[in-house]
Design a protein around this ligand. Sequence first.
Ligand code: PLP
Length: 216
Amino acid sequence: MIDKRLTEIDKEIKLYKNYQDCVLVAVSKFQPVEKIQQAYNAGHRHFGENYVQEMVQKYEQLPKDIHWHCIGALQTNKVKYIVPFVYLIHTLDRKSLCDEIQKQGKKHNRIIQCLIQVAISPEESKMGGCTFEEFKSLYEYALQQPNLKVLGLMGMASFTDDETVIRKEFQSLVKLYHQYPEFSILSMGMSSDYVIALQEGANMIRIGTKIFGERK
Ligand SMILES: *Cc1c(COP(=O)(O)O)cnc(C)c1O
């Protein structure tokens, strides 16, 4: 069932993008390792988790060629647990987090790939993400950290049925993304709004429920 859903979403991605151009991150938070293993067996390698402890436990139990994406609000004191193996942190949103990622990245001799999370909706601004006003100074700060590499942007649209609102919020992130030609990843779109995100130009989407079913 999971492999069928992955195939379905892959087909949809192809309507908007060449497959190579869009990465599907399967969001596995609160899902058991058995389900991740099923998706892995179907050939999937990109998984997203919100909670550090859960990600570390799953990392330890599952094949080591999985690309783990940190997509949840990240506490500075937990950075050290994921730096040894994390593939991409989507939620860089403040300078103190840059400092800690730099410190831990250096310690583990790794360059940590990150996206800057920008709050594009009122809900998101409560949970994390820098403001559009803070963005430039945060990015310039991140550029000074040799063990941290910003590859692009991440954003979450409002939880609403109003497509116009969602589209506008995604467009605000697309606009910022295009101001930085060095960026290569634009992470936006979840189960309820990924088609809109793809239409607007996302090249990384984060889907949980639509692949794994409801979370417990
Ligand atoms: C949980 C989560 C997702 C996936 O949500 P679904 O609605 O289950 O697809 C995507 N992005 C972030 C940041 C999340 O926290």
